[in-house]
Design a protein around this ligand. Structure first.
Ligand code: NAP
Ligand code: ZN
Ligand code: ZN
Length: 347
């Protein structure tokens, strides 16, 4: 066992505090990673605050991890000491079900092993990336291209893949009109990636306060959903809508913006239901879909795509003692556009 410094939530209602956690000994197929940076995802906040149901405390969250390999097990072939690597939202899966066998382990029928708050193979509860080190089985560790700025790479491991995957699956590209709902951590990555894929990109944010940023990041158009006229102007407009909003919004109003055969993919994960009227779909043979992170193979593809296209998240670096303030700022949508923790400050 390795005892490492970390930050943990003592309960759903208290601030995160410094602590230590245990990492397992490096097994034959494991790599030990010294964490350099960890992103703050809205899912971390949903989880520690119990939005998605009860979790075991104390809990260390964080599933946007980059760092360097400092030790490898005897049977490791994919990574070497000194490699720059990443870990995202999952650290294992059953490896036997039909979805795992088809390379869709994020949709493992037995549930993938989450990077935090999941039951690990040894029965312990997984603890996430707000810490100095993590031990992960080698094939759930990604290679992070050196050309991606180190301090900005971490959010690709969740915000990047969660938006890349549906854009790729539903074939965003030249000739397609894509709308991104919500300009936060996921939303700003969706804008950059959809633009790089060649799609015509529209941001739908509550106000126009981030319009200049949206256009700079690659959006062609920017509208406020707080303005009723937006829903008339953009009716039947989009082939694909990616909803990244962390709270309940009017799905029927947003579905009315889809063109014939269009798809609204929900990646935002509020605890409230998202009611849909049958006629919102029937009218234009529309689809209402969901998407969860991406497979390991697709995550590597996304990292390589971002390196090739010079794409990196817009980040604000914080120290470990700034996590609680950062949480409050995420909750009030005061994030430009992802907080990343300097993991050296856990020491
Ligand atoms: P975030 O940075 O807080 O961004 C969410 C954005 O939603 C905000 O910037 C804001 O955009 C908009 N928003 C927030 N509250 C709203 C409200 N009450 N009404 C309307 N719009 C609101 O969060 P994130 O880290 O991108 O995560 C977004 C959601 O995706 C979370 O629910 C998270 O758990 C989920 N998620 C899902 C997956 C998956 O695999 N499906 C993976 C990661 C995260 P504007 O200010 O532009 O309106
Ligand atoms: Zn996440
Ligand atoms: Zn499986």
């Amino acid at each position: 066992m390795l005892t490492v410094n970390a930050y943990a939530a003592p309960s759903a209602t208290e601030p995160l505090v410094p602590t230590t956690i245990e990492r397992r000994d490096v097994g034959a197929k494991d790599v030990l990673i010294e964490i350099a940076y960890a992103g703050i995802c809205h899912s971390d906040i949903h989880t520690v605050r119990g939005d998605w149901g009860p979790v075991a405390y104390p809990l260390t969250v964080g599933h946007e991890i980059v760092g360097v390999v400092t030790e490898v097990g005897s049977d490791v072939t994919l990574h070497n000491v000194g490699d720059r690597v990443g870990v995202g939202c999952m650290v294992n899966s059953c490896r036997e079900c039909v979805n795992c066998l088809s390379g869709d382990e994020n949709y493992c029928l037995k549930g993938n092993t989450g990077t935090y708050a999941s039951v690990d193979r040894d029965g312990t509860i997984t603890q996430g990336g707000y810490s100095t080190h993590v031990v992960v089985v080698e094939d759930f560790v990604l290679k992070v291209p050196e050309s991606i700025p180190y301090e900005a790479a971490a959010p690709l491991l969740c915000a990047g893949i969660t938006t890349y995957s549906p854009l790729h699956h539903w074939k965003a590209g030249p000739g397609s009109k894509v709308a991104v709902v919500g300009m936060g951590g996921l939303g700003h990555m969706a804008v950059k990636i959809a633009h790089a894929m060649g799609a015509e990109v529209t941001v739908l944010s509550r106000t126009l306060s981030k319009k200049e940023d949206g256009l700079r990041l690659g959006a062609d158009h920017y509208y406020a959903t707080g303005d009723e006229a937006t829903f008339e102007t953009l009716a039947n407009e989009f082939d694909l809508i990616i909803n990244t909003v962390s709270a309940e919004i009017d799905m029927n109003a947003h579905l009315s913006l889809l063109a014939l055969n269009g798809t609204l993919v929900n990646v935002g994960a509020p605890s409230e239901p998202l009611p849909v009227q049958a006629f919102s779909l029937i009218g234009g043979r529309r689809s209402f879909a969901g998407s969860g992170i991406g497979s390991i193979g697709e995550t590597q593809e996304m990292l390589d795509f971002c390196a090739e296209h010079g794409i990196a998240p817009e980040i604000e670096l914080v120290n470990a003692d700034g996590i609680n303030d950062a949480y409050e700022r995420v909750l009030s949508s005061d994030v430009r556009y992802r907080f990343v923790i300097d993991a050296s400050t856990f020491a």
